[in-house]
Design a protein around this ligand. Structure first.
Ligand code: SF4
Length: 298
């Protein structure tokens, strides 16, 4: 029987994928807003290759793997090139219907891989990675210990483009706190323009016990923007974002206002939608707070 170390996470768009937990936890595990992998049993480790292969064998024998695989946990691209090539190759051998392989990736791991290794992974089926940009503001990135700055994120995104691997970027409303709310929103929009991802998913910060930022908030060192400030951030972010053809979503359950825009076509339309909400300041048209309390996939 395939044994998962729980809880494990995947993006909402990987709901139909087989989750191959080749690593447990996150090798970085320092982002102050993240409480996903803080339990002792989730301490970062790589599953032995024979275990990974027997999971693939079992999943394929029982028809669990159809056309999609998501390699978990937090940043599977940290695996050595040799290991990744072996895993992707084995998946392709065992699963004839496989169409796509995806994973979370950190900017630092993308830079360490380099374009040639990324191209090799693309040839083996890795067609998209999910990256937590979170912010474009270097001061915020430093504070939240993201481990990557604006320039590094641009370089990593360019490498993905060159390797023809799609970029699904996540940004986090509210993560700059009240203090850097405007700077965070503006710089994040600029970063999205500079990196031009195929997909952008905006989430709104949820303060969860276990995450260092939760303690900062309890101690009065971090102030969470209120719901209309978060929507203001969304407006500024969208204003400063110009994608050549990507999608911008804020439909994650953490958000007060879900938007869906295909750029550049829908930019002005969603901006007027956001501005109307900001003008009305009517809470009843926003998603209720209890939605945000539901534990959900990041
Ligand atoms: S946000 Fe991602 S990179 Fe940061 S600690 Fe959590 S899983 Fe690791």
């Amino acid at each position: 029987m395939i044994e998962y170390v729980s809880p494990f996470f995947r993006p909402p768009s990987e709901a139909k994928s087989f989750i191959l937990q080749a690593t447990i936890g996150c090798s970085h595990n320092e982002c102050t807003y993240c409480a996903m992998y803080r339990k002792e049993e989730q301490r970062f480790r790589v599953r032995p290759m024979d275990e990974i292969k027997s999971i693939i064998d079992e999943a394929s024998d029982f028809g669990h793997i159809t056309d999609r695989v998501f390699i978990a946990d937090g940043n599977a691209l940290v695996l050595s090139q040799k290991k990744l090539v072996e895993i992707l190759g084995y998946l392709r051998d065992r699963c004839v219907r496989l169409e796509r392989i995806r994973m979370y990736a950190n900017v630092g791991d993308i830079l360490r891989k380099g374009v040639d290794n990324l191209k090799e992974l693309r040839e083996l089926g890795l067609d998209m990675v999910y990256i937590g940009f979170e912010s474009g503001d270097d001061i915020v990135l430093e504070r939240i210990r993201k481990g990557a700055n604006y320039d590094e994120t641009v370089r990593a995104s360019n490498m993905l483009k060159e390797a023809l691997i799609e970029n699904s970027a996540m940004v986090l409303l509210g993560v700059g706190g009240v203090e850097r709310s405007l700077e965070h929103a503006e710089a994040t929009g600029r970063l999205l323009t500079a990196t031009d991802p195929e997909y952008v998913g905006a989430l709104s910060l949820q303060l969860r016990p276990g995450a260092p930022i939760f303690e900062e908030w309890e101690q009065g060192k971090f102030e969470l923007p209120d719901k209309f400030q978060m929507i203001k951030e969304l407006e500024i972010m969208v204003e400063n974002t110009n994608l050549t053809g990507g999608y911008f979503f804020s439909n994650h359950i953490s958000n007060y206002l879900p938007i869906k825009a295909k750029f550049p076509r829908d930019k002005e339309k969603v901006l007027s939608q956001i501005r109307e909400i900001l003008n009305k300041k009517d809470e009843s048209i926003l998603r209720p707070d209890y939605y945000r309390d539901v534990i959900n996939q990041y």
